[in-house]
Design a protein around this ligand. Structure first.
Ligand code: NAD
Length: 294
């Protein structure tokens, strides 16, 4: 008999990250509720999760029985239903503080009295979030990586007011999910985003300056430094709008080195958001990503 804490998980935001986080939680055996702006949007996230499980079955990485048991643990519902009695609420909504505060405040009304409030934010202050929620001791960052079912790291972010007990519970949750955690002090961009966006932004500036073509800049880091994926392709995978939001925040908080490149702004204005819109620094089709110079 295991003494692991049996969580009821609410994931708020069923986009790129949210549906993958829900998959990881359900796969670990937890009852998982997925919400978005409305129930059809949550159901669309659940449909993506179902496709992702089907691909794993096709590749023989998951049995058909495990896939259907995982799917059966996930319900697409509205945010209030998702949070009712939840023991951990993980928000994966867009990178805007006001939105995250609103969502988690509302979640706190129906959640379990001991619930952990977790944000998948890439850069925003966990300390501010916890303070504004009125539950600083139970608020923390659970920063998953893209795609959550594949990526091993879980960056746990400890706000100034986060309690030792919450960090212990989060470490146990990470273990139950099969993730390798790191615990990082709340500081803009934490450990991962701060380093990651630096390389990404510099690669975009190099493209602006004509230093090299998309494929060559990416190959430089893939072959020269053994990065599994070049910085431009990775930016496409993350979402150029998401990267821009992180850079804008870090620019405000940490200064000039994080000023977003003009080209990044232009691409976001043009709706070239990367993989999720089918076009960024690459064109993304079923045949795979093809460099698309700008
Ligand atoms: P996304 O745009 O793909 O998804 C966000 C989802 O939130 C959308 O489905 C949207 O409809 C939904 N949403 C908007 N308003 C909402 C509301 N009021 N209530 C519920 N849902 C709402 O974004 P994403 O890439 O999944 O990013 C989500 C968070 O995860 C951000 O904080 C981002 O910084 C962080 N993050 C992203 C990545 C990445 O690689 N994309 C990696 C790590 C962390």
């Amino acid at each position: 008999m295991s003494d692991r804490e049996e969580h009821v998980v609410a994931v708020l935001g069923a986009g790129t990250m949210g549906h993958g986080i829900a998959q990881v939680c359900a796969r670990a055996g937890f009852e998982t509720r997925l919400a978005d702006v409305d129930v059809p949007a949550a159901a669309a996230g659940r449909a993506k999760l179902e496709q992702s499980l089907a691909r794993l079955v096709e590749k023989k990485k998951l049995s058909a029985d495990d896939a259907s048991a995982t799917l059966a643990r996930v319900r697409a519902v509205d945010a209030d239903a998702a949070c009712a009695g939840a023991t951990i609420v993980i928000e994966a909504a867009p990178e805007k503080m006001e939105l995250k505060v609103d969502l988690l405040r509302r979640a706190s009304k129906g959640a379990d009295p001991r619930a952990l409030f977790a944000s998948n934010t890439s850069s925003l202050s966990i300390t501010e979030l916890g303070q504004r929620l009125g539950a600083p001791e139970r608020t923390l960052g659970t920063h998953f990586f893209n795609p959550p079912p594949v990526m091993e790291l879980l960056e746990l972010v400890r706000g100034v007011g986060t309690s030792d007990e919450s960090i212990e519970r989060a470490l146990a949750f990470a273990a139950a999910l099969g993730k390798t955690p790191i615990v990082i002090r709340d500081f803009p961009g934490f450990a991962t985003s701060r380093l990651g966006v630096c390389i990404g932004a510099e690669a975009i500036r190099m493209l602006e300056q004509g230093v090299g073509k998309v494929a060559d800049i990416d190959r430089a880091m893939e072959l020269g430094y053994r990065h599994p994926m070049g910085p431009l392709k990775l930016s496409d995978l993350v979402g150029l709008d998401v990267r821009l939001a992180i850079l804008e925040h870090l620019h405000r908080e940490l200064g000039e080195v994080f000023r977003p490149p003009v080209l990044l702004r232009q691409m976001v204005r043009a709706g070239r958001l990367g993989k999720k819109s089918g076009h960024g620094f690459y064109r993304w089709t079923d045949a795979g990503p093809e460099p698309s110079d700008v």
